[in-house]
Design a protein around this ligand. Structure first.
Ligand code: NAI
Length: 301
């Protein structure tokens, strides 16, 4: 049984959709939860205390422990305040689920800069602002779990979502470095790429929508936030009962020894496209060292 007794969690955007499901599940397993939610519209405008309050009430009625926080994640003061709420109310911070999100979809040609700023501010910069103050405490206590919410729109691309896709892949970059900087302090950082029916997606999912309840994503977040999780630096695709792993593979590729065969030419690249792109024998590097370790023997072996 995976439980969270004596653990304190912050779930950003916890008032609705996926964040609500994460908060309810973590609380039902014993975590004290800060349900953060600005309570705005899908495009990030407006604000309301209702969504966070409702989830806190729901958790309380079920016998769990939670407090509401209404700050925006999109500036550093908000991020500090959210983590301060956890520390003041519950005395520690063990888990951060960066989930708050908005949409400002436009084709690249029509993208207006305020729509770029708003999306980067909430998804990407917001994760920095909330996670950093928590990370400092996690380092001191020698334990922490961080989850960022990426998206297949970033990992694979989605028409009309350059701002959102860039923010979502930016989160993978943030997570990749946190996995390294947090490793010796017992801090693990992972990403999910969820698919779920929420107000953000209900018009887009067609016949799949009925099968994609957010409660089908929350167990994966809870696992990644648990002591039982030994992984760090992974990106998991989650939805409708399915859990898989996205990974970055490095093909064996083409190699021309610069000392023995002369410098690489443009024609070498053009003539060896098949080898460069061949997926046979790829590796899944964990770090830059893994990538370079592959090159070393070719140069010196
Ligand atoms: P949602 O709109 O139901 O929930 C997002 C919540 O974030 C809202 O309650 C909103 O008030 C809150 N929020 C927005 N800006 C905020 C801010 N500045 N500070 C604090 N809270 C803020 O949408 P959903 O689908 O639950 O999205 C959750 C996360 O999952 C988002 O990051 C989204 O991009 C991501 N995601 C969702 C997918 C899906 O299929 N639903 C697919 C891929 C990613």
């Amino acid at each position: 049984m995976i439980e969270f007794q004596d653990r304190v969690a912050v779930v950003t955007g916890g008032g609705r959709g996926l964040g609500r499901a994460h908060a309810l599940l973590l609380a039902s397993r014993g975590a004290a939860v800060v349900v953060n939610d600005l309570g705005g519209a899908t495009d990030g405008t407006a604000a309301s205390k209702g969504p966070a309050d409702e989830v806190v009430d729901e958790i309380g009625s079920a016998g769990g422990v939670a407090v509401a926080d209404y700050h925006s994640v999109a500036d550093s003061e908000g991020g500090e305040a959210i983590i301060a709420t956890a520390l003041e109310q519950f005395g520690r911070i063990d888990i951060v689920v960066n989930n708050a999100g908005i949409l400002r979809d436009r084709t690249f040609s029509n993208l207006e800069w305020p729509d770029l700023d708003a999306v980067l501010d909430v998804h990407l910069r917001g994760a920095f602002f909330v996670t950093r103050p928590a990370f400092l405490h996690m380092k001191e206590q020698g334990y922490g779990r961080i989850v960022v919410t990426s998206s297949n729109a970033g990992i694979l691309g989605n028409f009309g979502q350059t701002n959102y896709a860039a923010a979502k892949m930016g989160l993978v970059g943030l997570m990749n470095v946190l996995k390294l900087e947090g490793a010796k302090y017992g801090i693990k950082a992972n990403a999910i790429a969820p698919v779920a029916r929420t107000r953000m997606t209900e018009d887009l999912l067609g016949p799949l929508a009925d099968k994609l309840d957010p409660s089908q994503v929350a167990p994966v977040v809870a696992y990644l936030c648990s002591e039982a999780c030994p992984f760090s630096g992974e990106v998991w695709s989650v939805g409708g009962g399915s859990v898989s792993r996205f990974f970055v593979g490095l093909t064996d590729g083409y190699f021309k020894h610069p000392d023995k065969a002369g410098p690489l030419t443009v024609e070498d690249v053009a003539d060896n496209i098949t080898a460069i792109r061949d997926e046979e024998g790829y590796i899944v590097p964990y770090s830059i060292q893994d990538e370079l370790t592959k090159l070393g023997p070719k140069l010196f072996g």
